[in-house]
Design a protein around this ligand. Structure first.
Ligand code: AKB
Length: 332
């Protein structure tokens, strides 16, 4: 039993008598708010500290502890960790693919320096750290179908480059310092609850608003652009599974996860089928097409399934049904 293993055990196990105290960065973003709710149901509201640099709504503030946390400021993260007795961090602060191309300086700063601060925090305060990666970490030379966990990774976006850096630094800190780092490469995540911001897969959410409001949608990707996707419930359940998995069950630190895949044309067809036969879609590909063209069409996620039980249940028709049902009241 090596010293490193012992350090790892001490670092991330919390007393069996109490749930972990979890800090969520970027908690007001597309995934953060849903993840905070899931964590609070599991561990108790008082044990989940939501944080962001934006102001929460009254409801968000009343739901449980909320603090200002700028991931670019190490000392402020450290203060929260000490004040609240944090055990685990779920790090959601990130600048997504399209936004990163618009503002590379901001993308690099948040995705690289912000992550480095959180990683140092995990090392210095013995925290478990879950920080999601993305299919955007793959690039134009990566095999596009059933992309394996371990393959060519030469992304050409700031987002992708910074996420490969994150994966490698996380693995390095695990090896070198015993940090319990965990990551999963998300596909495009579809959710009705929080608007997306600055992603290449955002069309798969915008299209529902277009369908319900105008019965038409102008898509910024070409009709035949196939991308991996997941509905938010599968995404959050999987993230919780990886977060809680016993460390000995992890054969690696970064896992592909895939739930379904479709093209804009296929999604439009499903919307016609379920919502309105007269729904029309036009295509005006923009710079996001260039990004999408470098990403996988499907990802192989066997390791996530066998190591910690990744098991998505929502396919394209079901996701379409849920999105239409949830968003319809907005337009009635
Ligand atoms: C994006 O489109 O940038 C994100 C992602 C796939 O990571 N949704």
């Amino acid at each position: 039993f090596s010293r490193l293993n012992l350090a790892r055990q001490l670092s991330t196990s919390t007393s069996s008598h109490r749930p972990p105290r979890v800090l969520v960065t970027g908690s007001l973003g597309q995934l953060g708010s849903t993840m905070v709710s899931a964590l609070r149901s599991r561990f108790g509201s008082e044990n989940v500290i939501a944080s962001d640099i934006k102001k929460p709504t009254v409801d968000q503030r009343n739901a449980g502890p909320f603090v200002f946390a700028d991931v670019l400021n190490y000392r402020s993260l450290e203060q929260i960790t000490v004040d609240y007795g944090i055990d685990w961090v779920v790090h959601f602060s990130a600048v997504l693919s399209a936004a990163g191309e618009r503002n590379p300086t901001l993308g690099l700063s948040v995705n690289v320096n912000g992550f480095q601060n959180v990683l140092e925090l995990a090392k210095n305060h013995r925290l478990r750290l879950l920080s999601p990666s993305t299919m955007g970490a793959f690039g134009p030379t990566t095999p596009k179908d059933a992309t394996p966990d371990l393959t060519i990774m030469r992304p050409n976006t700031i987002y992708g480059i910074s996420k490969v850096h994150m994966e490698l630094m996380g693995e390095y800190y695990t090896e070198k310092y015993g940090v319990d780092f965990r990551s999963l490469r998300y596909p495009g995540i579809i959710s009705a609850d929080t608007p997306p911001g600055g992603g290449t897969t955002d069309y798969a959410i915008d299209i529902f608003h277009g369908a319900l409001k105008h019965n038409s949608y102008t898509c910024f990707l070409k009709a035949e652009t196939r991308l991996p996707m997941a509905y938010i419930d599968d995404c959050i359940r999987g993230t919780m599974q990886l977060l809680e998995a016993p460390e000995h069950s992890l054969s690696q630190r970064v896992y592909n996860v895939h739930a379904c895949d479709f093209t804009p044309a296929e999604l439009a067809e499903e919307i016609r089928h379920q919502h309105s036969e007269s729904f029309t879609i036009n295509y005006q590909p923009d710079s996001r097409q260039v990004i999408a063209d470098t990403w996988p069409r499907t990802m192989a996620d066997d390791a996530a399934r066998s190591d910690w039980g990744w098991n998505p249940v929502i396919g394209t028709p079901e996701m379409t049904r849920i999105m239409l049902e949830k968003l319809r009241p907005m337009y009635q």
